[in-house]
Design a protein around this ligand. Structure first.
Ligand code: ATP
Ligand code: MG
Length: 436
C-alpha cells in the first residue's frame, strides 16, 4: 500500500523549521504587544456568511474558499483570511462597547485558500495579522505601518519595499469605477476571462489581476488619484508625511488596490525585491477598511490592519540567511555506565531540567559507544558521565565537547562547572545549594 501523503499545498514543520515558525510568532507577538495590541484567537472555521462580505468578485470568495456543508447542512468555511473573523468577534462580543478609543487586536494562525501551489503560495498557510478598530486618523494608519516595519527590522529582513496607495472614499471610488469601465470596455478582447467578469461586477479588481498585470493597456488605465475627493487627498498626504517623519521609505503604486472589497483610503504592501522567483511577492499586506464592521451588521466603526504571510517570511529569511542561532538540540547529555547509574542519570536529568536546561540521556544502553554516538547525533555541548565509581563517591565526570576537556568533580559542584551563560540564560534561574 502506498503511504498516505499530506494534502497538496500544505507543509509539515518539524525540527528547525518548527523552531523558525515559533520564532516568528514570538517576535511578532512580542513586538506588537509593545504597540498596545492584545491577542484574539478565533475559530479556524466560521459560518460562510462571515466571508461573503469580502467581495463578490474577490478571488478569495469566488475561487479560493474551502467551504462545505456540515452534518446539519450549515455552510461552513475554513477561514481564507483573518480580518472578517476578528470583525465578527469584535461585533458579537460587543468589544466596541468597552469605551476604549481604539481597540487593537492581533492574531496568529492558519489560513486556507484553494490556490495553485507554487513558490510562496500554499493552500494552508499562516498569517500574523493585526486589526485596530476605532478612529480614522492618519496617525493611526502610520502607527500600524510603523508596527509592521518594526517587525520587519526585528526579523532582520533586507530588501523589503513598502508600496502604498489610496483608493479613496466610496464616492471617489464610484467615479473611478465608471472611468475604469469606460476604459477597459475598449480592451474587452484582450482581458482574461476573469477580468471580463470583473469588468461587469467590480472593475477595480482588474488592476489586481495576476494574469493581465503586464499587458500594456494596464499601465495606461485611469488612475485613482485623478478621482479622489479633497478629503481623501489630504488624508493620504498626511499618512505620507507621517512616514517621512519616521524615515520610512515608500513607493506610491497607483495600481495597488488590494484584492478585497472592504478597503478604503490607505492600502499598502511590503514586497520582496530579489533576483529570484520571490521577487515582487508580498510578505505583508493591509490597509484601512472604513465599512467592513458596518457591513457585517456592526456599528459604524472603521478599522485598519495588515497580515504577514509566515511561510513567505520563513522562505525569505532562509534565502537571506538572517536567522539568529536557533537551538533545537539538548545542551547536556548524561551517560550512565551501569544499570544502577541509569536511575541516577534520570534523577540528575530531572533536576537539571527543572533548572531550565535541555537534558537528554540514553534510555537503554550502558556501554559507552552507542551513548557517545547518540550524544554526537544530538550535538550536545556537555556530556555528564556517571559510572559505578562516580556513584560510590558522589562524583561526576564533566566533558566539555567543544573544548575536548574532561574533569571529575564532586557532584555538589556540578553547577559551578557548567558555564555561566548556560545556566544564567535560563529565565528565573536561582541556584539553590540545598535543592535535591
Ligand atoms: P497575493 O497577491 O500574493 O495573492 P493576497 O493579496 O492574496 O496576496 P492577502 O490576502 O493580503 O494576500 O494576505 C496577506 C499575506 O498573506 C500576503 O502578503 C502573503 O504574504 C500571504 N499569503 C497570501 N496568500 C498566500 C498563500 N496562498 N500562501 C502563502 N502565503 C500567502
Ligand atoms: Mg491572493
Amino acid at each position: 500500500m502506498s503511504t498516505i501523503q499530506k494534502i497538496k499545498g500544505t507543509r509539515d514543520f518539524f525540527d528547525l523549521d518548527a523552531e523558525k515558525f515559533r520564532y516568528i510568532e514570538q517576535v511578532c507577538s512580542n513586538e506588537i504587544k509593545k504597540f498596545g495590541f492584545k491577542e484574539m484567537i478565533t475559530p479556524i472555521f466560521e459560518n460562510t456568511a462571515v466571508f461573503n462580505r469580502l467581495g463578490e468578485q474577490s478571488d478569495i470568495v469566488t475561487k479560493e474558499m474551502y467551504s462545505f456543508f456540515d452534518r446539519s447542512n450549515r455552510s461552513i468555511t475554513l477561514r481564507p483570511e483573518g480580518t472578517a473573523p476578528v470583525v465578527r468577534a469584535f461585533i458579537e462580543n460587543k468589544i466596541y462597547a468597552n469605551s476604549i478609543d481604539v481597540n487593537k487586536y492581533f492574531y496568529f494562525g492558519p489560513i486556507f485558500r484553494y490556490e495553485r501551489p507554487q513558490a510562496g503560495r500554499y493552500r494552508q498557510f499562516h498569517q500574523f495579522g493585526v486589526e485596530a478598530f476605532g478612529n480614522s486618523t492618519a496617525i493611526l494608519d502610520v502607527d500600524i505601518i510603523l508596527s509592521a516595519w518594526t517587525i520587519i527590522e526585528k526579523l532582520n529582513l533586507q530588501n523589503i519595499v513598502l508600496k502604498i496607495n489610496t483608493i479613496g472614499d466610496l464616492s471617489s471610488r464610484d467615479k473611478y469605477q465608471k472611468a475604469l469601465v469606460e476604459y477597459f470596455n475598449k480592451y474587452t478582447d484582450k482581458l482574461c476571462n476573469d477580468c471580463k467578469v470583473r469588468l461587469e461586477k467590480n472593475p477595480m479588481r482588474i488592476l489586481d489581476c495576476k494574469v493581465d498585470v503586464n499587458q500594456d493597456f494596464m499601465k495606461n488605465a485611469p488612475k485613482i488619484k485623478d478621482y479622489l475627493s479633497q478629503e481623501s487627498i489630504d488624508y493620504f498626504n498626511e499618512v505620507l508625511r507621517g512616514l517621512d517623519t519616521f524615515g520610512i521609505k515608500y513607493e506610491i503604486d497607483e495600481n495597488l488596490v488590494r484584492g478585497l472589497d472592504y478597503y478604503t483610503d490607505t492600502v499598502f504592501e511590503f514586497i520582496i525585491k530579489s533576483d529570484d522567483e520571490l521577487n515582487n511577492l508580498a510578505i505583508c499586506a493591509g490597509g484601512k477598511y472604513g465599512n467592513l464592521v458596518k457591513d457585517l451588521n456592526g456599528p459604524d466603526i472603521p478599522g485598519v490592519g495588515y497580515a504577514f504571510g509566515v511561510e513567505r517570511l520563513i522562505e525569505l529569511m532562509d534565502r537571506q540567511n538572517v536567522w539568529p542561532s536557533l537551538k533545537i538540540n539538548p545542551e547536556i547529555f548524561i551517560m550512565a555506565l551501569d544499570e544502577q547509574s541509569k536511575i541516577e542519570a534520570q534523577r540528575l536529568a530531572l533536576y537539571l531540567r527543572k533548572l531550565g536546561l535541555k537534558v537528554e540521556f540514553d534510555y537503554k544502553n550502558i556501554s559507552m559507544k552507542p551513548q557517545f554516538r547518540l550524544s554526537e547525533k544530538l550535538n550536545v555541548e556537555y556530556i555528564l558521565i556517571i559510572g559505578e565509581n562516580e556513584r560510590k563517591e558522589n562524583l561526576i565526570t564533566v566533558k566539555d565537547v567543544a573544548n575536548k576537556t574532561q574533569v571529575t568533580i564532586p557532584i555538589s559542584d556540578l553547577l559551578n562547572y557548567l558555564p555561566y551563560e548556560l545556566i544564567n540564560a535560563k529565565e528565573g534561574f536561582c541556584y539553590d545549594e540545598n535543592a535535591q
